[in-house]
Design a protein around this ligand. Structure first.
Ligand SMILES: Nc1ncnc2c1ncn2[C@@H]1O[C@H](COP(=O)(O)OP(=O)(O)O)[C@@H](O)[C@H]1O
Ligand SMILES: [Mg+2]
Length: 267
């Protein structure tokens, strides 16, 4: 068995129902966000999860990370179900990056303080000089140079692209083996998207990270993944190597997603 065959995270027949406001005559109302989803994200793999808004992508990302419990089915990290101890390890080893860096950053705290707080929570490095060095190196790796300058800034003193780099740096400081990126550039100006994507691609290549790239944008999936999973109304409708799926989509929904993408001339 090679590293590529080892499952990093696996979902088996996972369903998630959200309880929603309002009551029907028979009691609470529910919305089925995921319905019998099974997938395997293999170690070292760059996997894209694609689907329109509301298809259940973020829910699936959060279930895989143990942030919400599935209503049915199981998630395994490697071979282990997500018990408390496994979840704690998972919360350090697999980092989540959201669409909106403001969701992840505290407006009242400097970049340095936030990076240090993450290291402290996960008890990485010795307090003081060692943690600061880890944090500065992470800022630098995320393209925030010189890192000492960014260390003392507050989120509002940064551009959108810089804020997302800070989030990436905070995640990378923890030494993860994998990243789940949930629409990581959707809130950014088109002009800075490519830069942030490059940072992610470079980190992935340099550190051999596994990447789960969640997006509604098929052109980003094309750019950022080797394998693609298409989610439609909480179900997987198609999956396979990115090039194959996008060259010859089998499902109507995938065809429609592709049709919504302006064609970019080959480079
Ligand atoms: N906390 C929640 N409570 C109720 N419904 C939710 C909640 N989170 C998401 N949903 C609903 O679940 C469905 C899937 O949402 P989501 O996973 O966010 O999809 P996506 O990320 O693909 O846009 C949507 O219909 C959404 O409105
Ligand atoms: Mg989402």
């Amino acid at each position: 068995m090679t590293a590529m065959d080892t499952p990093l995270l696996e979902a088996s027949d996972v369903s998630v129902r959200y309880r929603i406001r309002g009551r029907s005559r028979r009691g609470s109302r529910y919305l089925t966000a995921l319905d019998g989803v099974s997938l395997s994200w293999r170690a070292g793999e760059t996997l894209a999860l694609v689907g329109e808004s509301g298809s259940g992508k973020s829910t699936l990302g959060r279930v895989l990370l143990g942030l919400i419990a599935p209503t049915g089915g199981t998630v395994r990290y490697g071979t282990q179900p997500l018990t408390g101890a496994v979840r704690r390890r998972l919360s350090r080893e697999v980092q989540l990056i959201f669409q909106d860096p403001y969701q992840s950053l505290n407006p009242r705290s400097t970049v340095g303080a936030q990076v240090l707080a993450g290291l402290q929570i996960h008890r990485i490095g010795a307090p003081g000089v060692e943690r600061t060095a880890i944090g500065l190196a992470a800022l630098s790796a995320a393209g925030l140079n010189p890192p000492e300058v960014f260390w003392h800034r507050y989120p509002h003193q940064l551009s959108g692209g810089e804020r997302q780099r800070v989030v990436i740096a905070g995640a990378m400081a923890l030494g993860p083996t994998a990243l789940v990126c949930d629409e990581p550039v959707s809130a950014l100006d088109v002009s800075v998207r490519a830069q942030v994507l490059n940072v992610l691609a470079d980190l992935r290549a340099e550190r051999g990270l596994s990447l789960l790239f969640i997006t509604h944008d098929v052109s980003l999936a094309r750019q950022m993944s080797n394998r693609i999973i298409v989610l439609y109304r909480g179900r997987i409708v198609e999956e396979g190597p990115t090039a194959t799926v996008l060259a010859d989509p089998q499902h109507d929904y995938t065809k429609r997603l592709l049709a919504a993408v302006p064609t970019v001339p080959a480079r």
